[in-house]
Design a protein around this ligand. Structure first.
Ligand SMILES: [Zn+2]
Length: 130
């Protein structure tokens, strides 16, 4: 398993937001997957192989907490989300079973170059941070 140093920099910024969200909402947070080969019969995309995805466990989260997280992060990060293999629309956070319940976070392959100003604008849309 390769560490976070090889994860796409924009994904690392999103990841920091996830940690903060979990801290602010008193939710357990455990990474279960970063970079790696697809799992035959389970993986539906190459996002993990391309360092554009991370998974974390939602053990200890209620259905409502999962729904709230997915809704908020999909709304906030639509502009950098990967296109869903299933729905064909940009989706950052996917709540799914795989080898165990987890949330899959994925970013686009072709993220446009972002200025520091644009990045900060993206991060400031945080109602629980103001
Ligand atoms: Zn995943």
């Amino acid at each position: 398993m390769v560490g976070m140093a090889f994860i796409h920099p924009v994904l690392q910024i999103v990841h920091a937001q996830i940690i903060l969200y979990c801290y602010m909402n008193n939710l357990p947070y455990d990474i279960t997957r970063t970079i790696g080969k697809g799992i035959p019969g389970i993986s539906t995309s190459t996002t993990h192989e391309e360092a554009r995805a991370i998974d974390f466990s939602v053990r200890g989260w209620t259905d409502k907490q999962r729904d709230n997280f997915v809704k908020e992060f999909n709304d906030r990060f639509k502009s950098i989300a990967a296109i869903s293999a299933k729905s064909k629309v940009p989706v950052l956070a996917v709540d799914h079973k795989g080898t165990g319940w987890h949330i899959h976070i994925q970013i686009r392959r072709d993220i446009p170059t972002m200025s520091n100003e644009e990045l900060n604008k993206l991060l400031r849309r945080v109602k629980w941070l103001n």
